[in-house]
Ligand binder design. Structure first.
Ligand code: DC
Length: 232
């Protein structure tokens, strides 16, 4: 157990439904929802805005150290489909970090071990003394290794690509299913194959394949399990 607070750690590949499921479950449980991918996206956004290549570790570390990253649940005025509100140096970049370019950039800067060290430290601080649902790629074994509940959320590649395509279309980005499938595969290869803290399933994780499930079903399954655990 993690002291008297309940920590739910969720890892999984791109577009497995981690964000939507975590957000809905966090509302029902009244836990804080933390989207750690947004921090890697903000890092890529910073590099892109400053014309720094995604591989330049020292420069990127410097940029993060000189910036502030804040995240909170969306307010009533921000109900535009976002799952979390993200501020980089005080600017609301919640949507600016959701582009294809920044998504690919995020998985590139996520390879850099010094960048990971800084962001993991920030994430541990955020979770301290709080009930949280935190999702990402290394949460179950690196950020919250003592989490009360560890979940590996996944779905078939084509299903994930279809979901991502729908999200892009809703945002008005033009792309094809084939293009999204190859982009999802590229991200998976990079996220699972990197040397530092790759995406993996830990032995004590509960694996949920969401390919044939709807969002509500998954959320209910998680809530039921959490309620049972907390009642003990
Ligand atoms: O969850 P997302 O698609 O917003 O994440 C963007 C990228 O950030 C993803 O390709 C991998 C990286 N990431 C990571 O390496 N570790 C995390 N805890 C979260 C995200």
């Amino acid at each position: 157990m993690t002291d008297s607070f309940f920590h739910i750690a969720i890892d999984g590949p791109v577009a497995a439904g981690k964000g939507t499921i975590s957000r809905l479950a966090s509302k029902k449980l009244q836990f804080l929802y933390v989207d750690t991918g947004a921090m890697y996206r903000m890092t890529a956004f910073l590099a892109h805005a400053n014309k720094i290549p995604y591989s330049k570790e020292n420069k990127i570390v410097e940029l993060i150290k000189n910036s502030t990253m804040e995240m909170r649940n969306p307010t009533k005025d921000e109900q535009d489909g976002r799952l979390t509100t993200v501020f980089l140096d005080g600017e609301d970049v919640s949507w600016k970090i959701r582009t294809k370019e920044i998504g690919q950039g995020a998985s590139k800067v996520a390879i850099l071990s010094e960048v990971r060290k800084i962001l993991v430290k920030k994430q541990k601080i955020i979770a301290k003394n709080k009930n949280v649902i935190m999702e990402g790629r290394d949460i179950t074994y690196k950020v919250l290794p003592k989490a009360d509940l560890k979940i590996y959320l996944t779905a078939k590649t084509e299903e994930r690509a279809k979901r991502r395509l729908l999200q892009f279309q809703q945002k008005g980005f033009s792309t094809s299913l084939e293009e999204v499938i190859s982009s999802v595969k590229r991200r998976d290869t990079r996220d699972m194959g990197r040397a530092t803290d790759p995406l993996k399933i830990v032995p004590d994780a509960w694996e949920i394949d969401t390919s044939d499930m709807d969002i509500e079903e998954v959320v209910d399954l998680i809530i039921e399990r959490v309620n049972k655990m907390r009642a003990k």
